[in-house]
Design a protein around this ligand. Structure first.
Ligand code: 4AD
Ligand code: MG
Length: 454
């Protein structure tokens, strides 16, 4: 006979009626034990959903080892509950203890812990309600990502993590080497300088320029020394790239993708979102619904600067044409001015990467960033420069090495096509959807300056 492994999510949400009065075994970690003298209520959680399963256990089944954090398998009969907080409960017949959990030293006691403290126990924090909910929503968003692009016929392409080329030109790359003293690169593993990738875009473009619509979804690495609540040294990025596409197609794709993700988690992770709404950000569910129900705002970089100059508030950084938008500017535009996601296009060429397509005005490029309330930039993208002579000139004026990009240039020599794409920072999406404040709390094991534990 095949044995069924019951998860609490399946018991509570799938088809509870079919399990009523049946004997089942459920495993998990004890959250609390409430002793009522002749019997006790045990709250059991297995992480499959936010909800606990309530167990009623006769005092004869209890032992001092059944404490918060202990792992158990409980066999019993599923009953309709008399209590008003839950619909079902398990009347226990047998309790098997897998692992004790010393209540005098277990760091996750019932009291609420700060997120900073929980980061120091990243091996235990997935057992908290918040981290469990983050993990489930993150999973939902990853699945929604594949669903969206697969439904649209995009191919999932695996681009390399170790690379010899710098996509963003920021020089914020981690070196990959097997040498202790890496002065003589010819002796190194790859015989030349190698890095962890900052973006899969350039390789993604190669595949788009053969297979039309592709996307990547993988980890990317940046050695920028920014200790902010929006930056990680290792983060995941989704990068679609479309051939025979321009900036309009790019914006349509990005807006539809974001809305698809929000709708997906509103449907499939609703309990977790309600939890975030109650404990992390009041009004979260309404905020997400509002985003899915209205069109994103549109501004050019030049228009955005005019708005910032007239803003009734002082900014720390100057707002001059030619300067990059700082996080305070981005948040003002999305939060105060537009009060919804806004797509900023046609940035000054000076602040954007070499690969962006030059506009006819000679000053701006066909770039588009999406800024959202609370976060600022969540998407960065552009139409790519598909004219070989212009691209060559750009590489030269920026002082990049032509020989590093010979293959990138050849794509413009042999059957060049207009193409466009964008990158969405996955953790920023998780922040946006959960209302969490710090990016270090929406990735299982955050990497940032000075932190590589676990
Ligand atoms: O704007 P970025 O640098 O764009 C690119 O990397 C392009 N190659 C994308 C493309 O066109 N295919 O990064 C894209 C997004 C940002 O909008 C932001 O959401 C996120 O990646 N991001 C980070 N997220 C967390 N930590 C960091 N240090 C990040 N840097 C960028
Ligand atoms: Mg950017």
């Amino acid at each position: 006979m095949l044995r069924m492994r019951y998860r609490i999510k399946n018991i509570l949400y799938k088809d509870p009626e079919s399990l009523l009065d049946k004997e089942i075994t459920v495993s998990g970690w004890i959250r609390t034990v409430r002793d009522q003298k002749s019997f006790a209520f045990i709250e059991l959680n297995d992480g499959s959903c936010l909800a606990n399963l309530q167990i009623i256990a006769d005092s004869a089944l209890l032992s001092p080892d059944l404490t918060t954090g202990a792992s158990v398998a409980i066999t019993g009969t599923l009953k309709k509950s008399q209590g008003k907080n839950q619909s079902l409960e398990l009347a226990a017949q047998k309790i098997h203890l897998y692992g004790r959990c010393d209540p005098t030293s277990y760091p996750l006691q019932k009291k609420r812990h700060s997120f900073e403290f929980l980061r120091t126990i990243a091996h235990l924090r997935p057992r908290t309600n918040t981290q469990g909910a983050v993990a489930r929503v993150r999973n939902g968003l990853a699945f929604a990502t594949h669903l969206f692009f697969q439904k649209r016929g995009f191919l999932y392409v695996h681009t390399p993590l170790i690379t010899g080329s710098d996509c963003e030109g920021g020089g914020e790359m981690f070196r990959v080497t097997t040498l202790n003293d890496s002065k003589d690169l010819s002796k190194d593993f790859f015989g030349k300088a190698a890095y962890l990738t900052v973006s899969g875009q350039l390789e993604g473009e190669i595949y788009a320029c053969a297979l039309s619509d592709i996307y990547t979804f993988g980890p990317t690495f940046r050695a920028e020394n920014s200790n902010t609540s929006r930056h990680l040294a290792e983060f995941w990025m989704i990068e679609p790239e479309m051939a025979f596409a321009d900036l309009q197609d790019n914006m349509e794709c990005a807006e539809s993708y974001l809305k698809f993700c929000l709708n997906y988690v509103l449907e499939h992770c609703f309990d977790d979102l309600q939890f975030f709404d109650q404990f992390i950000e009041k009004g979260l569910v309404e905020r997400l619904r509002a985003v899915t129900n209205s069109s994103f705002a549109h501004l050019t970089y030049t228009e955005a600067l005019e708005i910032l100059k007239k803003a009734p508030q002082k900014f720390e950084f100057p707002v001059d044409w030619g300067a990059d938008l700082q996080s305070e500017h981005e948040r003002y535009l999305a939060e105060q001015y537009c009060k919804k996601p806004v797509i900023i296009t046609d940035y000054t060429a000076a602040i954007k990467s070499f690969y962006m397509r030059a506009n006819d005005d000679g000053k701006t490029v066909a770039a588009m960033d999406i800024l959202v309330p609370k976060i600022g930039e969540i998407v960065g993208g552009s139409q790519r420069e598909d004219r070989k002579d212009l691209l060559e000139r750009k590489i030269e004026t920026l002082g990049l090495k032509r020989e590093d990009y010979w293959w990138y240039l050849e794509l413009r020599e042999y059957g060049s096509v207009p193409h466009a794409g964008f990158g969405l920072g996955f953790e920023r999406l998780v922040l946006f959807v959960t209302g969490m404040e710090n990016i270090r709390d929406v990735i299982p094991f955050p990497r940032y300056p000075g932190h590589v534990e676990f």
